[in-house]
Design a protein around this ligand. Structure first.
Ligand SMILES: Cc1ncc(C[n+]2csc(CCOP(=O)(O)OP(=O)(O)O)c2C)c(N)n1
Length: 377
């Protein structure tokens, strides 16, 4: 299906406002939005709940039906405003939800998507959200769009369009994100240096997406064990809070959270708690490429965000920002030994290897070896 045809059908039926959090299944539709939606009418939100709320506000101001896009794992973030704001039993707000169906039964996907995918239809039914399913070569897609909009309008309720993998035809976004960015490092180069500089017994809590996949592969290449790394394969935006819990439990250990800008922004409130806790053993490293690189390179909103000033204002003690390899090598030696909570922002450029794999380690196995590592120390 051509994203532009899909978009034009939405537009012809009165949808002129789009907000959401990107996902791989929807990345070509997002490129189409960037190219066609007038400025200010396409908002990449911090998280899916925020997107639903912004869309609800747009409806209140215009009476129109907005569209909210998300990966299906983001439906849980959106659940609160869907049930307690938009639901027909509360304010009854019409919305179109465009949901990327990761982990669809019978379609190979990463482990963190399997359950979400399996319960997808039942979940929508329990939430009492009517839906239509879209797939590649869908001949009826215009009728389905029309039906969804009519139901949403008639019942004043959210209506979901569930999008299967490879429904949308490819665009050229990948090329757009790999343009030259001076001497900024790639995420994997920065990770290699971090791993080299850290002592073997440092505890790492790593964020969702390609960061954890790269960390896993670096350990394999270095022939190092994985027991000191917790790979947060799902629950985007929560690695800093997981790290906080570990740091509280293990005050004698340096606990290092490796975060991404999209993830950090998704649940940015955690910074307030971390700042308040003032743990000396808490270190937060932000790999800031300003985009959701793992799912297609859409901007996160970090472009104009001054993370060092923000975290300083929240009580982080040891705060620095680095932009290239030499600065990172130089600063790492000192940084980990300074008193926490520490925050190191590393400006990096978007990009990753095409042949990047996924961890061969099951999450439950990861948990077991990580917990025995923490226990041993
Ligand atoms: C709740 C939720 N929404 C969306 C996603 C899809 N997703 C996976 S990784 C990612 C991007 C993460 O961006 P960032 O933290 O900046 O890291 P980068 O990929 O740029 O290294 C997104 C949006 C998800 N996994 N979970």
């Amino acid at each position: 299906m051509k994203p532009l045809e899909f978009y034009n059908t939405l537009k012809d039926n009165g949808i002129d406002f789009f907000t959401g959090v990107p996902d791989t299944i929807l990345q070509d539709f997002c490129v189409c939005l960037d190219e066609n939606v007038p400025k200010g009418k396409h908002i990449i939100a911090a998280n899916e709940g925020n997107a639903v709320a912004v869309a609800a506000g747009y409806h209140l101001g215009t009476g129109k039906i907005p569209l909210v896009y998300m990966q299906n794992s983001g439906l849980s973030n959106a659940q609160n405003p869907l049930l307690s704001l938009c639901d027909p039993d509360i304010y009854s707000i019409p919305l179109i939800l465009l949901i990327g169906w990761r982990g669809e039964p019978g379609v190979k996907d990463a482990v963190q998507h399997v359950k979400d995918g399996r319960i997808q239809l039942e979940l929508l039914e329990v939430l009492e959200i009517p839906y239509e399913i879209f797939s590649k070569n869908d001949k009826d897609f215009k009728t389905k769009i029309l039906k969804g909009i009519q139901v949403a309008l008639k019942k004043n309720c959210p209506f979901a369009f569930l999008i299967k993998k490879e429904t949308f035809e490819c665009s050229s976004l990948k090329e757009k994100v790999s343009k030259d960015k001076g001497d900024l490092m790639l995420r994997e180069e920065a990770l290699e240096i971090i791993i080299e500089k850290l002592k073997e017994d440092c505890t790492l809590i790593c964020t969702t997406g390609k960061t954890s996949r790269e960390l896993y592969e670096i350990r394999e290449r270095n022939k190092q064990a994985h027991f000191s790394d917790f790979l947060t394969v799902g629950s985007m935006g929560h690695c800093s809070s997981i790290a906080l819990g570990v740091a509280i439990a293990k005050p004698e250990k340096n606990v290092i959270c490796i975060d991404g800008d999209g993830s950090l922004i998704m649940h940015m409130g955690s910074l307030v708690t971390i700042g308040n806790m003032k743990l000396k053993n808490y270190i937060h490293i932000l790999l800031n490429n300003k985009v959701h690189e793992s799912v297609g390179g859409q901007p996160t909103g970090a472009e104009y965000l001054d993370f060092p000033s923000l975290v300083k204002s929240l009580g982080y003690k040891n705060v620095i920002s680095v932009k290239n390899k030499n600065e990172l090598i130089f600063q790492m030696d000192q940084f980990i030994f300074n008193q926490g909570p520490g925050f190191m922002e590393i400006h990096i450029k978007p990009g990753s290897r095409d042949d990047l794999g996924r961890p061969d380690l099951k999450p439950v196995e990861n948990k077991k070896i990580f917990m025995s590592f923490l226990k041993d120390k």
